[in-house]
Design a protein around this ligand. Structure first.
Ligand SMILES: [Cu+2]
Length: 165
């Protein structure tokens, strides 16, 4: 009996060790019809900041599509933003019409450009955490992706460097 319990404990240990190894690697991607969602990452929270942004590249091997909606449980509100330069100052602007993913081309969500804005985070985002984000495309429909939280330095983030060493 004892041996059997030890055996299942050992198995449980092996399984949990496996699930640690199965964590999303440094680069991860999702195939969604003709679309490839490449390496979705979010900026880790610095201090008590209640907002963050998600970046990724969306490759399109098919016809023109459009990212029209994004949702997640980790923030109160999620918006699709672009960054514009106005009077020498970088400003973020909501894109009500979403982001075009041109045919046989790609859309890049990156610092200083398009991004998914997370507003009113339930909890600060810690480096190496991950969370589920649902992307909704006009033609391809919805897909869930796992977003990995990374340090701002990994993003080459010029806009949000305030408040960190
Ligand atoms: Cu924004």
């Amino acid at each position: 009996m004892t041996r059997k319990i030890l055996g299942s404990l050992a198995l449980a240990f092996v399984l949990s060790a496996t699930s640690i190894l199965m964590r999303p690697a440094a680069a991860h991607e999702y195939e969604h019809g003709d679309l490839m969602i490449m390496h979705p990452v979010a900026r880790a929270s610095m201090g008590v900041a209640a907002n963050s942004a998600v970046y990724m590249t969306i490759e399109n091997a098919g016809e023109h599509d459009r990212l029209i909606g994004v949702s997640t449980d980790v923030a109160e509100r999620v918006e699709i933003h672009t960054t514009i330069m106005e009077d020498g100052v970088l400003k973020m602007q909501e894109l009500e019409e979403g982001i075009a993913v041109p045919a046989s081309d790609k859309a890049m969500l990156e610092t200083g450009g398009y991004h998914v804005m997370l507003m009113g985070l339930a909890e600060p985002l810690q480096v190496d955490d991950s969370f589920t984000l649902t992307l909704d495309f006009e033609k391809a429909g919805p897909i869930e992706v796992e977003v990995i939280v990374v340090h701002p330095e990994e993003l080459g983030d010029a806009m949000h460097m305030e408040g960190h060493d």
